[in-house]
Design a protein around this ligand. Structure first.
Ligand code: ARG
Length: 437
């Protein structure tokens, strides 16, 4: 049986059954007395489970059979009316959709704290200059805040995807029966309202076969986990002795069992590796669904185990990320030193020649490259060459170029929409903060 896994759905299962019998009564399919008896007993069962007084019988297939069985113990034969015009096929998807809706909202909340942690850190680091990388080689100076806001964008997209998933979770499966609908005069609008769905599903066969809403959840969780793993990997690199751009608070590092000096970034490695599980989970579900005929087959039962695993893992991952974000120490000095290595403002010098001397960009690029070659040979930065040396390569340059080569000026100048200028960043932080509220 699947009880060990689907017992997590007990609350939704009882909620669904109560809505169902209330509907049956309104439609005069069962009488008032029986309806009340069943509702009373279902509430009692709910209590028993919450208070851990419920005795689960693992001989019975699943949570639905356990609850139905207890219903019989409590009220006798009348319990049998609860399954009028209902199948476990529509029952279980109703439960799962209700559960996923609540759980999706919890994930969105957690992602909100992630973004607010990132924004707090960004706020303190608008003027923290670091090397922006391409190919993991120093490319151009950027603000650390701008880098952090890149992750705010990613997690905002994840939030939006989770929110969008709710549209399909709002279609009520209850009342489609085993696959064909029912001959009873049920009212699916009533249960839709009662259970806070938005509309009933349209096709009874599709309803019991469809697990697209499961795939949506698994994919969205995977996308989110990929973002987390990319962040984790970058922090591992930054935390390495070679980069030394950040330090992790002692609270979140672990020691080595043999090397006394070690402070390892285990939580980050955990997050980087965890993505493997999300890839496994979605692979698991698509393998079940591929080529599966309509409508219900036992193959589908595994959907819940996969969903619960993904949810638990994502919840842990985001929560852990939130702790890490509060325990990052930024090595600002080191960031600045590293940003100044590798001729990161060379592009600014080329741009200057285009703007001031009217050169085509490619010509300016070649002139700059020549300067870098000379500087490299002399083991100097371009700024450390004097104007005479530079004029040998390009006679039209004057002392203004030293300002152009300055890191802070370089960052400040990237005022194009979405660029790393301090101005842009401050505006973006303000915008995100408004969104989160
Ligand atoms: N535990 C089952 C599942 O999750 C409930 C549905 C059973 N339906 C059936 N026709 N056996 O899939």
């Amino acid at each position: 049986g699947s009880l060990a896994i689907d017992k997590r759905l007990f609350k939704q299962d009882i909620e669904g059954s109560i809505a169902h019998v209330e509907m049956l009564h309104r439609q005069k399919i069962i009488n008032f007395k029986i309806k009340n008896k069943i509702v009373w007993a279902l509430r009692r069962i709910n209590n028993e489970i919450v208070k851990k007084k419920f005795v689960f019988d693992y001989e019975l297939e699943d949570i639905h059979m356990n609850i139905e069985n207890r219903l019989f113990e409590l009220i006798g034969e009348d319990a049998g009316y609860v399954h009028t015009a209902r199948s476990r096929n529509d029952q279980v998807i109703t439960d799962l959709k209700l559960w996923l809706k609540v759980s999706t909202k919890k994930i969105i909340k957690l992602l909100n704290s992630t973004n607010s942690n990132l924004l707090n850190l960004a706020d303190k680091n608008v003027k923290t200059i670091m090397p922006g990388f391409t190919h993991l080689k120093n490319a151009q100076p950027i603000s650390l805040a701008h880098y952090l806001l890149a992750y705010v964008e990613m997690f905002s997209r994840d939030k939006k995807k989770f929110k969008n998933n709710i549209e399909f979770l709002n279609e009520n499966p209850l009342g489609v029966g085993a696959l064909a609908g029912t001959s009873f005069k049920i009212d699916r609008m009533f249960t839709t309202k009662k259970l806070k769905f938005v509309k009933p599903t349209e096709n009874s066969i599709d309803t019991v076969s469809d697990r697209d809403f499961v795939l949506d959840f698994l994919y969205t969780s995977l996308a989110c986990s990929i973002h987390i793993s990319r962040f984790a990997e970058e922090m591992i690199i930054w935390n390495s002795d070679a980069f030394n751009l950040i330090t992790l608070n002692d609270k979140i590092v672990t020691g080595s069992s043999i090397m006394p000096q070690k402070k390892n970034p285990d939580p980050l490695e955990y997050l980087r590796g965890k993505t493997g599980s999300f890839i496994g989970n979605i692979n698991n579900m698509i393998s079940i669904l591929k080529g599966l005929p309509l409508s219900y087959f036992k193959d589908l039962q595994d959907d819940k185990e996969i969903v619960f695993k993904s949810y638990d893992q994502l919840k842990i991952s985001i929560s852990l990320l939130n702790v890490i974000l509060k325990n990052l120490i930024i090595n600002k000095k080191r960031m600045l030193i590293l940003a100044d290595l590798g001729y990161t403002t060379a592009t600014d010098l080329s741009d200057y020649m285009v703007k001031e001397l009217g050169y085509p960009f490619r010509k300016a690029y070649i002139v700059t490259a020549k300067m870098i070659n000379i500087a490299e040979k002399k083991k100097k930065r371009i700024q450390e060459l004097n104007i005479k040396e530079l004029n040998k390569i390009e006679p039209n340059l004057n002392n203004d170029i030293y300002k152009i080569l300055n890191l802070e000026n370089s960052v400040r100048s990237k005022k194009s929409y979405g660029g790393t200028s301090f101005e842009n960043i401050k505006k973006m932080i303000r915008n995100y903060k408004k969104e989160i509220k």
